[in-house]
Design a protein around this ligand. Structure first.
Ligand code: LLP
Length: 414
């Protein structure tokens, strides 16, 4: 699934760099991303939206490495953030504050101040209480806060329940039925500037119909607001476009957007999108080395040096990631569970895979560019992996492997 991953003489390379070379140079486990794949993914969005007033705001949570952010910043991306920390990263990577939208249900006063001082483009407000708080913080700073209300269009995105966010009964957004009244309230608050409307219905969407349905609902609401004299400058459809991990067949960006763009035909509002996974997921892999092969009574285990602390998705969502040998071997394949060294039965990266491997071999865990490193932890006092961006024949270390000293540098014995 990674467009720039290819095998020559039985050995995998990302762009023009063999993965064995990366493992030698940077060690394992390491996250490795392809700049060409990142660029191609962003270009696909830009192209699908060409000729339209639109802004693609990369969802930083998917992969917040400064190297990755700087690639998108240079391509003209905006950014969707969910914390003050992510805002700081965007600015440090050269992203423009006036292209940043701030999502999330729990923005603190400090985060609001930070974002207002930076001059972000819009706050996607998720509750009445947040609207009031933002107004008071804006007053304190003597500025007007640009706002969109994130509404809950109550459409079923038909995805994993953990990542579907636009249905009634979850914590995100404001109820569709309350939106008009809340916009009226926002207009009455003197330190807010009503800029747009937002929604996000879920992630790993494989069908364009639900987002088009949400778009239709939003468009109708925008028209109703206009009759109240509230005019909006932008409509933010959130993120969600899925990728291929195994045998999924996600639509291309243009096919995903076509029915939605039809809904907005003839309208002048700027369209914003917040794609995360579709921009980075298949631009990255996790490179790991087999420490031991352990034949079991009912199962064989390949114990690798990456673990659930590096890539949590399999343990957390039972997510499937392809696992491939970096160097092909003539030895017959056997069925393995690929597991890490962490003391939990849930510490697996893949189950029941046919692999022709020996101790010391490298494995590539694919489609790991999104929600991989960003969801990693230091569980079992494991330093987090290095991160590398490959660009043609060049490999750039964009995050050094954590050191053990750094892990407890802020602690002290009592
Ligand atoms: N905008 C908002 C408001 C979001 O909540 C999200 C993701 C996105 C944009 C980006 O969605 P994407 O284009 O990546 O689908 N950790 C899970 C995914 C959680 C997604 C949360 N929200 C996973 O590993 O599958």
């Amino acid at each position: 699934p990674i467009p720039t991953l290819h095998a020559d003489n039985g050995e995998l390379s990302l762009e023009d760099v063999p993965l064995t070379q990366l493992a030698e140079q940077f060690g394992t486990p390491s996250y490795v991303y392809s700049k060409a794949a990142l660029t191609a993914a962003f270009d696909a969005w830009q192209q699908a939206l060409s000729g339209r007033r639109a802004l693609v705001c990369y969802a930083v949570k998917a992969n917040s490495n400064l190297g990755v952010l700087s690639v998108f910043a240079r391509l003209g991306a905006g950014f969707d953030i969910v914390s003050g920390g992510e805002l700081a990263r965007v600015l440090a990577a050269g992203g423009r504050a006036d292209k940043v939208v701030f999502s999330g249900v729990g923005k603190t006063r400090d985060e609001m101040r930070q974002a207002l001082r930076a001059g972000i483009r819009c706050f996607n407000v998720e509750s009445a209480a947040e609207l009031e708080r933002l107004d008071s913080i804006a007053a304190e700073l003597g500025v007007k806060a640009p706002v969109a209300l994130r509404v809950n269009p109550d459409v079923d995105p038909k995805t994993h329940p953990y990542i579907s966010t636009g249905l009634k009964g979850n914590k995100f957004g404001v109820a569709f039925a309350d939106a008009q009244a809340l916009y009226a309230r926002a207009r009455a608050l003197p330190n807010l500037h009503i800029s747009g409307i937002a929604c996000h219905i879920g992630s790993q969407l494989l069908d364009p119909a639900p987002i088009a349905e949400a778009a239709q609902k939003l468009a109708e609401l925008v028209d109703r607001l206009a009759t109240d004299g509230i005019t909006l400058d932008h409509i933010d459809l959130g993120g969600g476009l899925g990728i291929r991990y195994q045998d999924e067949t996600p639509p291309g960006v243009a096919d995903y957007l076509a029915p939605l763009l039809k809904v907005f035909e003839g309208r002048t509002e700027e369209l914003c999108f917040e794609p995360g996974r579709s921009l980075v997921g298949n631009a990255g892999l996790l490179l790991t080395r087999i420490e031991y092969l352990k034949p079991g009574e009912t199962k064989n285990f390949a114990i690798v040096d990456a673990a659930m602390n590096d890539l949590a998705r399999p343990a957390l969502y039972d997510a499937w990631h392809d696992v491939v040998e970096v160097v092909a071997r003539a030895t017959p394949a056997q069925t393995y569970d690929v597991v890490g060294p962490i003391c939990e039965s849930g510490d697996f990266l893949a189950r029941e895979r046919e692999l022709a491997v020996e101790e010391g071999d490298l494995l590539a865990i694919l489609s790991a560019g999104a929600y991989g490193m960003t969801m990693s932890s230091n569980y079992n006092t494991r330093p987090r992996a290095a991160e590398v961006i490959v660009d043609g024949e060049q490999a750039h270390l964009v995050r050094a492997r954590e050191t053990i000293d750094a892990l407890f540098a802020d602690e002290k014995p009592l």
